[in-house]
Design a protein around this ligand. Structure first.
Ligand SMILES: [Zn+2]
Length: 224
């Protein structure tokens, strides 16, 4: 990079390394260690990338709006079904709960930060079961109430062109030399990974309220 593009390198040298490299960020900056967030947005905008620019912008706007309306509806349904957290968090807690069933936990402070954990099989004295609520382990930011807040903002429809203010900027014309001549859609560059595969025999849950036994078309928690 330094040999080929010295200008680019001197620009990026002005930005502290910890702001843009995982190696120097001190660990877990923003908590995003994977591309999962991008994968979510990719699935929302699936198929739109090969559209012409105006259609692309319109599609991103419309799908993002639809996504927000849909997500807010889902969070409300889950809350009406009396769920407190998203079900993948609950599933993780249940799994950890099952694994910890044979452990004895001795608490050492009132703030719940110092513990002595012993395997139940090695304890001879009587056990004192301590029960915690799930809220002790899940940061409030992951509660359905708080997730709903992220999707509560509403988009406004784009008004008819007659209401738009007069455009004063430059006009752009497409360059015919830049046109693609091969027929059909360009090949996708995307690399598939294990996140693209679904888990077989997973019980079906309603996509709105995340409860088994019905689906979103007959969800009792969805109100018109
Ligand atoms: Zn439902």
């Amino acid at each position: 990079m330094r040999a080929e593009f010295p200008q680019a390198v001197s620009w990026i040298d002005q930005i502290p390394l910890k702001k843009w490299t995982q190696a120097y960020d001190g660990g877990k900056r923003y908590g995003h260690m994977t591309t999962n967030l991008v994968e979510s947005i990719n699935s929302v905008l699936k198929g739109s990338r090969s559209l012409p620019i105006c259609a692309l912008v319109k599609t991103i706007f419309e799908r993002t709006n639809a996504w927000f309306v849909e997500q807010a509806t889902k969070m409300q349904c889950m809350l009406r079904a009396e769920h407190e957290f998203p079900d993948d968090i609950v599933a993780l807690l249940r799994k950890n709960e099952a694994q910890s069933a044979m452990c004895h936990v001795q608490r050492y402070d009132r703030e719940n930060s110092v513990f002595d954990v012993q395997d139940m099989l090695t304890i001879e004295h009587q056990r004192y079961p301590i029960t915690f609520t799930v809220t002790t382990f899940v940061a409030p930011v992951f509660s359905l109430h708080n997730i709903l807040k992220a999707y509560e903002v509403q988009f406004n429809p784009i008004r008819n062109q007659d209401y738009w203010s007069t455009y004063m900027g430059p006009n752009f014309l497409p360059d015919p030399i830049m046109r693609r001549h091969q027929p059909g859609r360009p090949n996708t560059q995307r690399i598939r990974n294990e996140m693209d595969d679904s888990i077989p025999n997973k019980p079906k849950k309603c996509s709105y309220c995340r409860t088994e036994g019905h689906n979103k078309s007959n969800c009792p928690h969805k109100q018109a």
